[in-house]
Design a protein around this ligand. Structure first.
Ligand code: DGL
Length: 243
């Protein structure tokens, strides 16, 4: 069984992509108790993630863990991987794909990802790529999963800044932002080219498993709430129906 960890729907996006293309058993642990991760200290993220990995190992037959979150992957992956014997897979960027995107490029991620990722920092400082983070946005997406027009209003406020006028491509550096692609596109006049790093993880998972004859998925929450659980399940079924 493969475990996925994130603060909310971003992790579900990653699990869903794996579920759609692989025969395996998946469990997603939604860490709604510690959401959002985007501007939490490294120490807090480390404690939360250790607890979450231990929980998954204790309650499920886990073969592999996916840190289905760019913030965790670029902030604490190096520390976390030393603590466990099982394989832990982080989110990672395919630099070749990013290099091929239409210029100008906007990195849209959390504060932690933008500040902790040397590759992004370098592209911003040396190649003039733009960046944007909006405090608490991931949690707002989780709270408005079926009301994404509320998120569009927030995005419009930030993206109307004239420094974003010529943006042609957006790097979705937070797994939650795959959910709001349409709302991001609606903030621009021209057609935006998007890049997200989820298919990279699907390929890594595929290369590390022997596929089974059946597949399943399971959702758990760190702060159990029936309404939230039903909402996440509804999101999965809506997504599976639309594909
Ligand atoms: N989905 C996450 C990421 O990729 C977490 C965002 C958050 O909780 O702030 O960064």
């Amino acid at each position: 069984m493969i475990g996925f960890i994130d603060s909310g729907v971003g992790g579900l996006n990653v699990m869903l992509s794996c579920y759609k293309s692989l025969n395996e058993n998946f469990v997603f642990l939604c860490d709604n108790k510690n959401s959002p991760y985007g501007n939490k200290t490294k120490k807090k993220l480390l404690i939360a993630t250790k607890n979450n990995i231990d929980y998954l190992i204790k309650h499920y037959n886990i073969d592999m863990i996916v840190l289905a979150c760019n913030t965790l992957s670029f902030t604490i992956f190096e520390e976390i991987k030393k603590l466990y014997n099982i394989k832990i897979i982080p989110m990672q960027f395919d630099k070749n794909k990013i290099n091929k995107l239409n210029k100008d490029i906007l990195f849209f991620a959390t504060k932690n990802t933008i500040k902790n990722n040397n590759y992004i920092k370098n592209k911003i400082n040396k190649n003039g790529y733009k960046y944007l983070y909006i405090k608490g946005l991931a949690k707002k997406i989780d709270n408005n999963l079926f009301y994404l027009e509320n998120i569009e209003k927030i995005l419009k406020k930030h993206l109307k800044n004239k420094k974003y006028n010529n943006i042609k491509s957006v790097v979705l550096g937070c797994t939650h932002f795959v959910t709001i692609k349409k709302q991001i596109q609606n903030c621009f006049k021209n057609n935006i080219e998007f890049y997200d790093n989820i298919s990279e993880v699907v390929d890594i998972v595929k290369n590390n498993i022997t596929e089974k004859n059946t597949k399943s998925f399971h959702i758990a929450l760190t702060d159990y709430n029936y309404a939230k659980y039903v909402e996440l399940k509804a999101y999965v079924y809506k997504n599976l129906r639309n594909n």
